[in-house]
Design a binder for this molecule. Structure first.
Ligand code: 6GU
Length: 242
């Protein structure tokens, strides 16, 4: 039995993670010991009598800045749990998180995610991390939601977390490609019918139809992804059909 992927999350708000991490696939993955989450509250590493984790910015200005010492100590404690951690800081200034990075992170045995909060953090924290990640071009109140998203995307790529039928092999085939349209019963609903091809039983034709729909949908909705695709001759033929 493999050791689980350990994801340690440094946060002032560990309770925020209770909902997302304790349901459905992430819950089962923890029960199966495929992944393990641990929370380190860096307030526990603030040793002054008020357990201060933030302070006013040097140079003036509004808002509070996370202090370096509690995060440094929490990080040392987290690293001691298991060697070879990849330390990741969640910040809107980081690399935009993509599937390719998720796949790379799923190969690690130990990830440490640091959630910034409030208005910002002391710049010196940056020196202790291997990677900075942002989940997109918008501003969140803190790194917690971003850490949940990164954790979820990485966890589902750990072997055994998903059923074999929806495996990561499928992902790598379809990366940069939007999903094809899916249908289930009933055949007709509110006058809208399921495409006949899906009832034909012709597996090769169904696969070709799905591939074509996925390609067309990607071209229309996400030209940025479409231009990254390496199209086969068959793909080019499908795109030229009616
Ligand atoms: Cl990682 N943190 C915050 N606060 N806002 C974000 C983000 C992270 N990624 C996108 N927006």
């Amino acid at each position: 039995m493999n050791e689980p992927l350990l994801i340690q999350i440094l946060t002032l708000f560990p309770e925020m993670f209770e909902g997302p991490f304790n349901h459905s696939i992430l819950k089962r993955a923890q029960e199966q010991r495929l992944i393990e989450f641990r929370f380190v509250n860096f307030r526990d590493f603030a040793y002054d009598k008020h357990r201060m984790v933030d302070d006013t910015p040097y140079g003036g200005g509004s808002g509070m800045v996370l202090k370096p010492e509690p995060i440094y100590r929490a990080l040392q404690a987290a690293k001691a749990v298991k060697p070879d951690a990849k330390v990741i800081l969640l910040t809107p200034q980081g690399e935009v998180f993509k599937q390719e990075r998720a796949r790379q992170l799923a190969a690690y045995r130990h990830l440490i995610l640091i959630c910034g909060h409030y208005e910002g953090f002391d710049e010196r924290i940056r020196a202790w991390v291997d990677l900075e990640l942002s989940i997109g071009d918008y501003v969140l109140t803190g790194g917690e939601l971003a850490a949940m998203i990164v954790s979820d995307a990485v966890a589902r790529l750990v072997p055994g977390v998903l059923g074999s039928e929806n495996s990561a092999v499928h992902d790598s085939f379809t990366e940069n490609l939007l999903d094809y349209p899916q249908y289930t019963r009933p055949f007709e609903f509110n006058g809208m019918k399921v495409p006949e091809i899906l009832l034909s039983g012709h597996h090769a034709q169904i696969e070709a139809w799905r591939r074509k729909q996925a390609l067309k949908r990607t071209a229309e909705r996400r030209p940025d992804l479409f231009q990254k695709l390496v199209l086969t001759e068959e793909d080019q033929r499908l795109l030229k059909e009616e």
